[in-house]
Design a protein around this ligand. Sequence first.
Ligand SMILES: C[S@@+](CC[C@H](N)C(=O)[O-])C[C@H]1O[C@@H](n2cnc3c(N)ncnc32)[C@H](O)[C@@H]1O
Length: 281
Amino acid sequence: MKYFEVNFIAQPCNETITDVLAALTAEIGFESFVPDEKGMQAYIQQSLFDEEALKEVIRNFPMEDVSLSYTITEPEDKDWNEEWEKNFFQPIVIGDRCVIHSTFHKDYPQAEYDIVINPQMAFGTGHHETTSSILGELLDADLKGKSVLDMGCGTSILAILASMRGADPVTAIDIDDWCVNNSRDNIALNHINNITVELGDASLLKGRKPFDVIIANINRNILLNDLPAYTACMHSGSEIYMSGFYVEDIPAIRERGESLGLEFVHYRKKHNWAAVKLIMK
Ligand SMILES: C[S@@+](CC[C@H](N)C(=O)[O-])C[C@H]1O[C@@H](n2cnc3c(N)ncnc32)[C@H](O)[C@@H]1O
């Protein structure tokens, strides 16, 4: 999948300004944000990029006396995570029960669930707040014998933990072919044989049998848009765990869910990133 890198310069620049900029650009499809002392780099899939919407965000930026400019570049479509993966991806332990590491890590803590991930270009090493919050939910959930759908599976880290915790069968879907290929590699690395990986989006769900549990860590706008397709694949008592948005987005997600027959159960937060659990009534 091809991305644009947008390099924002903010004057003045501080953490509040880059946080607000990240929240507003996330609403128009930007996915990852790297703040620095001058501003922020942000990444968006080329197919989602709308420069008019970006100009609108800048024109209506809600903080006074902040000047924002940007340049757009196209990062090479290659395994640009490799350096990061080799140099910075350290093993991580979630909830004292689940360790995530890569094949090149030789020394890592032991835990009840041991997940091997070679992320390449796919999102999902467990380090991001949204992934670790949903991993925490999966560690608490009763998944034995339950059918699980992981929408926006990335590396399939969530699908893999669900399977290790007894979920069966598991379906993992992602819109990005890199993620689908990477998921298949990671599933094999973990010797799992009940996860089916598919390339596509919510339109693949039409006419499917209900899932007992749905996980979707994507972003606010895609979740708001695709939630009707997800709820169409739920039965009374099915659970849905969603993340990829900020705490201030919870009311919008909750309201959308409730209008589709879901009941809000609870949320978790990490550094202002939210994860919610809802149940079909
Ligand atoms: C934030 S990552 C989450 C990855 C992984 N599930 C995790 O929790 O770490 C979101 C993933 O959703 C995928 N995605 C984006 N839009 C999608 C859509 N409309 N339907 C399905 N997947 C989508 C992206 O390619 C990306 O892999």
